[in-house]
Structures are given as C-alpha cells and as structure tokens.
Write a protein that binds this ligand. Structure first.
Ligand SMILES: NC(=O)c1ccc[n+]([C@@H]2O[C@H](COP(=O)([O-])OP(=O)(O)OC[C@H]3O[C@@H](n4cnc5c(N)ncnc54)[C@H](O)[C@@H]3O)[C@@H](O)[C@H]2O)c1
Length: 425
C-alpha cells in the first residue's frame, strides 16, 4: 500500500491505552499511519511524536486545537480518561472522523446516548474498545454457541477475578480509585463483561440486580503500625503483597505498572522512586482515598429465560472464567487458558478445543489478544470486511446501559428493569 493510500489516524490521549493501540497500528504500518497527537504530558507526546515521525506542527497539548483543524485523517483514536471521552468524541464526530473510542464510551448513560446520536446523524462509525469480543477465546465461545452444540443456552456463570494487586494498582491507588472522578467499577472495568454476556446470548437484557461493597481496602484493615507510605519504613514490607517498592521499582519487567505510576512512556528508576515517594502509588493501600467496590455480584435476566450471574472480585488470581450451560451441554473456559472444554449431556463425552493448536494469538497478550484483535477489526471496518465481533455504537450503548443499571441496583438495592431504565435516556 502506498504512503498516500494508507489509513490515517490521529491520537487523542497518549497514555497507556493510546500507546497500546498506536504500538499496534505501528506494527501494521503497511496499512495505518499516525499523523497527529494531542497529549498534555510532554514526555508522552514526544515519545509518540518520535516513534511515529509526526510533524511538530501536528503535535498538540490538548485535543481542542487538533480538532479545530480541518479533518486530516480517517480515524480519531480517543483514549483520554473516562470523563474526558464525550467532549473530544462529539467534536471529532462533528468533523466527520470515525472513532476508535475507549470504553466506557461515555461516563454516564446520557453521554453514551449523545455520542450514539451524534454518530448516527453524522454517519460515522464508532468502534468502542470492547476488546474481549476480539479475543480468540470469546470468538470461539460464540462460534460454539452458534453451532448449536450445547443446544439452547439457558444459564451462564461468568467472573472477572481482578486480583488483589491489580485492584490495588488501578482501583485503590490509581486512576480509578474515586468513582466520582471517573466511573464506578461495573462501568469502568466490567462493562466489558456486561457487553460480552449480551453478545454471547444475543438477547435483550430485561432485569438486573447487584450487590457490591468496598470492604478490604479501607483504613480499619491497616496494620496498626503501618505508616502512610510504604517507603516511610513500613515494618510489614516483607509480608505485604502491595509493598510499592517491590511492585513498582523492583519488578523491572512490569512496564504497565512502571509507566502508569509515573505517567511516562519511558520511565527511569529515578522517576519510579519519585512516584512512590510522592504520589498515591506509594501510599499504604489501606490509607488511600478510594471509594470503589472491591467485590461485586450482578444477576442478569435476559429474554427467553436466560439467566446469568456475574462476579467481580479483587480476591482472586485474575483471568476471566466462564461456564455456559445449554440444554445439550456445557462450555467451560478461562480467558488465559488455551483449552476450552465442551461437555455433552447425551453421552457424557468431552470435546477439548485447544486455541494454541489453532494458531491463536498470544492469549496472554493484551486482554487475551483483544488489543490486537480490535486493531485488526478497525481495519476490517474501514475496508468493509464483515467481522462478527464488531458492533455499532447503538449496541455498544445498550450494553453500557446494563452496566449503569447494575450500578443503580447496587446503590439503591432495587431490581432495575432495563426497558424502563433505558427509556430515561
Ligand atoms: N479497553 C480496555 O480494556 C481498557 C483498559 C484500560 C483502560 N481503558 C480506558 O481507557 C481510557 C484511558 O485509560 P489509560 O489507562 O490510558 O489512562 P491514562 O491516564 O494512561 O491516559 C489518558 C491520557 O489522556 C491524556 N489527556 C488528558 N487530558 C487530555 C486532553 N485535553 N487532550 C488530550 N489528551 C489528554 C492524559 O494526559 C493521559 O496521558 C480510560 O477511559 C479507561 O477506562 C480501557
């Protein structure tokens, strides 16, 4: 493909996710070309500028001047924080950009619907980053269900075992510790799961109920003699899984932790030390200003008598797990394990599907291969190639609303009827 016929991209927000997607478009540079970036943190902006060879005149410290310019690309990647999606999304849609938009699409149901309506009116495509849909694992589950092998699906048990350290990093110390500044757990982290359940059963969700609390990562669970910061000589550093020096400084291989705790694309050890001695990433996990649940359950009733239970928990090892019960058999699997097992009731036989043997992408790569998968799907969308994982913004918003409704149920203690709830927006 010649330089001129490549698909042009602009990036708004060059943080973890912005870098994740543009690293992948760079790996597909025969097709994609990043031509502009907007990012307030100079080091992150410069990193992207150099890596992609972007002209100085097309590097901005915020999205407004970039989107004030005439449309210069096919797609705007929007990877700012949750509450900073709606404004650049609406401005980019107005200019006629297609979007690769991080989830949650909007921080409220109203924002989601505003983006949906604007995109529908302008006739642009919004590909929301429901990355799980693009994994080999969930695509295989969808194929098995469609084949009829397990009969009619009637029940699903699904879980997102976030893991204690991931919870501490993102939802106690990190970006999403305060849902008033971002979005609640069920929207930020597990809108993926509401989306994947609705996609797998391909039915409307009728009702949800939810419980969830922040129970462990609170001051009353702090050891009596623990200081405010790990680096203030905490006597529990040896036995604490959250000791910041160990997580951020000693573990040199965890680029994700090193980069997010410093907000830098290429942090040095000095940057890490500065972070753990001055920012919340060095705070005792029991003494952070966090208000986000550390475990939550959701019950979902879909059309045609399909029931699903979902559990998100910090208190587990990590790696989404699912069991899908049909009238003829059951499917069982884990996102980070290449083996999917299908059990048949009739003859008690098992069939194993080995995703590795099928040449699956690295299932332990970003989101089980979903980060690569969605970039490939963006190409499909631009080329008009059918891809059964792709959904339009209307379906994405409907599925976001399941998450918002679950949060309403958690807060009010009431069962939420989705039809009534959705009619409000
Ligand atoms: N799809 C997924 O699985 C997944 C995973 C993690 C996070 N996310 C979502 O991705 C989004 C970004 O998360 P992240 O971890 O990359 O956060 P981040 O903080 O690393 O990145 C956000 C970036 O936006 C920049 N920014 C702030 N104001 C800006 C402005 N006015 N113009 C341009 N850029 C601006 C920030 O400086 C920062 O670099 C969030 O909404 C998050 O919920 C999605």
């Amino acid at each position: 493909m010649s330089q001129n016929s490549k698909k042009r991209l602009i990036l708004i927000g060059a943080g973890s996710r912005g870098k994740c997607y543009t690293d992948r478009t760079l790996a597909r540079s025969d097709y994609f070309e990043l031509v502009a970036v907007a990012e307030p943190i100079e080091e992150r902006r410069e990193y992207i500028k150099k890596l992609h060879g972007i002209d100085d005149s097309l590097c901005f410290d915020t999205w407004e001047p970039l989107l004030a310019m005439p449309k210069m690309a096919d797609v705007a990647i929007i990877a700012t924080m949750d509450r900073d999606h709606v404004a650049p999304a609406l401005a980019a849609i107005e200019k006629g950009y297609n979007l690769l938009l991080e989830k949650p699409a909007g921080a409220t149901p109203e924002e989601c619907r505003r983006i949906q309506r604007a995109a529908e009116e302008r006739g642009v495509f919004v590909l929301v980053c429901h990355v799980l849909r693009y994994t080999k694992f969930f695509r295989a589950l969808k194929d098995i269900i469609k084949s009829g092998e397990i009969g009619r699906v009637l029940s699903i048990q699904h879980s997102e075992p976030v893991g204690v350290v991931h919870q501490s990093h993102s939802f106690v110390r990190g970006n999403w510790r305060d849902s008033n500044e971002t979005t609640p757990m069920i929207v930020q982290k597990t809108c993926h799961d509401m989306d994947i359940l609705a996609w797998l059963v391909d039915k409307k969700c009728k009702r949800v109920s939810s419980f969830g609390t922040l129970t462990y990562f609170t001051e009353e669970n702090a050891p009596k003699d623990a200081p405010e910061r790990c680096t203030d000589g905490c006597p529990h550093s040896e036995e604490c899984p959250f000791y910041s020096k160990k997580l951020y400084l000693d573990d040199k291989d965890n680029y994700w932790f090193r980069s997010t705790c410093t907000k830098l694309a290429a942090p040095t050890d000095e940057d890490i030390i500065r972070s753990i001695t001055t920012t919340d990433y060095g705070r005792c996990v029991y003494k952070c200003k966090n208000n986000v649940v550390d475990h939550q359950v959701v019950n979902l009733e879909f059309e045609d008598g399909i029931l699903a239970t979902f559990s998100m928990s910090a208190f587990d090892e990590g790696g989404r797990r699912i069991k899908i019960g049909g009238t003829k058999g059951v499917i069982e699997g884990m996102l980070t394990n290449p083996i999917i097992r299908v059990h048949h009731f009739l003859d008690k036989s098992d069939r194993e599907i080995d995703l590795d043997a099928q040449g699956a992408d690295n299932i332990n790569g970003g989101h089980g291969g979903g980060d690569d998968g969605i970039v490939d799907a963006l190409r499909d969308v631009l080329e008009g190639i059918p891809n059964f994982s792709v959904c339009d913004i209307a379906e994405s918003c409907d599925n976001h609303l399941i998450a918002f409704a679950a949060e309403e149920s958690r807060v009010t203690g009431k069962i939420v009827d989705l039809e009534e709830y959705s009619s409000r927006f």
